[in-house]
Design a protein around this ligand. Sequence first.
Ligand SMILES: Nc1nc2c(ncn2[C@@H]2O[C@H](COP(=O)(O)OP(=O)(O)OP(=O)(O)O)[C@@H](O)[C@H]2O)c(=O)[nH]1
Length: 464
Amino acid sequence: MFERSRKGERALLIQPYANQPQSGGAPDPDLLEEFADLARSAGATVTVLLTARIDRPNPATLIGSGKLEEVRAAADASGADLILVNHPLTPVQERNLERALQRRVVDRTGLILDIFAQRAQSHEGKLQVELAQLRHLATRLVRGWTHLERQRGGSIGLRGPGETQLETDRRLLQKRVDMLQKRLEKVEVQRTQMRRARVRSELPRVALVGYTNAGKSTLFNALTGAEAYAADKLFATLDPTVRRIGLAADAGAARGGSGGGVVLADTVGFVRDLPHELVAAFRSTLSEAREADLLLHVVDAADPARHERIAQVDAVLAEIGAGDLPQLLVFNKIDRLGDDPHDDGAGTPARPFEPRLDRPAEGRSRVWLSARDGRGLDLLRRALAEALELRHVGGRVRVPPQAARLRAKLYELGAVKAEVADEDGWQVEVELAMSDARRLFAQPHGEWLRPLVEDAAGGAAGPA
Ligand SMILES: Nc1nc2c(ncn2[C@@H]2O[C@H](COP(=O)(O)OP(=O)(O)OP(=O)(O)O)[C@@H](O)[C@H]2O)c(=O)[nH]1
């Protein structure tokens, strides 16, 4: 992996757009701003932002010759040494643009790959990024585009596989791809084994997902007291971090039993149009999300485009096969919101936005909180507990003598509040976590807990 610093590289950004009537013929300013964020995240200094209308994309250079001149002049004037294009470029387009502009040209995929290369921490993350980068580069080598032809001087878009591999021929590249794939397969086997071990522990799994920079790592830290890396950079979290957390005390489920613990995983942040190379490469990283029992979908509540972000994350989730999982929406960063938008607006003075838990009749529950100052975390734990059925159920059940083991298990869980013995066994008054009730229900003699489980399923058991 390259470690060269790309600090201070001056980048000129191009936002190509098609003249679509529904957008009023103008490029979406949000797209450009996000692209600028990506560029800054890679360490570049953004000098100029240009838009380029491409109603009929030029197969040789994507943008037209007039625009090309404009880009060259703007790059010269601003001293840009790097051109970033927010559109996929074919290898031919990339080469032609580099020749015409006498500067390195990197497209959106190249830029995102570059950021991933900077962020990958774990062995697996590094292997995945390198593989994705090699595949991206391989398409360029196949067409006779050798790395040596490139103008060099910076590093954005060039990090990752290392110069030496790039200087070799396709055969060597393929050899390295094969080797990486084998190593990754091995790592994946290990991960599967770890995952199985976790499944055996029977703890529900919760994964944090969300648009990049929404505050997932900050929330992860707040919930676990851990030190996952949080930074105001896109994709600060590339490798999933997994921790066990307790919900019991706050969920009112403190009385014994396994109910109350969950395994929480932080995952890579999403971004719109995540390049396909990356979705494929990060499949196993994203599997933390796919195999969760519940997703905490974290949203930056202060982001004006938050509704679009939600839709974009949902689209990626669908792509990785996690579209149908239950979700809890977490609107984070309420400390950055001014007054409560739910105020009547009739002269009510602005006041800090208060943490809130909304449970609409239809759709996902929503928690409004601030991971940074911790306000609302209690509501989140409660919502999590409810969603995962850590809530308690209680009532009286009959346990006949032949089901004495069931009674013993109820005692082990500390679930027995009172009991009366008679000639038919015991009348036991119990209170236990719903998840424990279901687990015991599935075991021998669990049948006797049916009234509890069915009551709860019928909605009789309210939240803790
Ligand atoms: N004001 C405010 N800022 C927050 C809050 N939570 C997170 N942030 C900031 O938002 C930025 C991004 O936070 P992270 O936790 O790194 O975000 P992430 O979603 O893990 O980011 P990726 O790794 O890119 O996916 C950091 O600067 C955090 O300090 C919050 O509740 N309030």
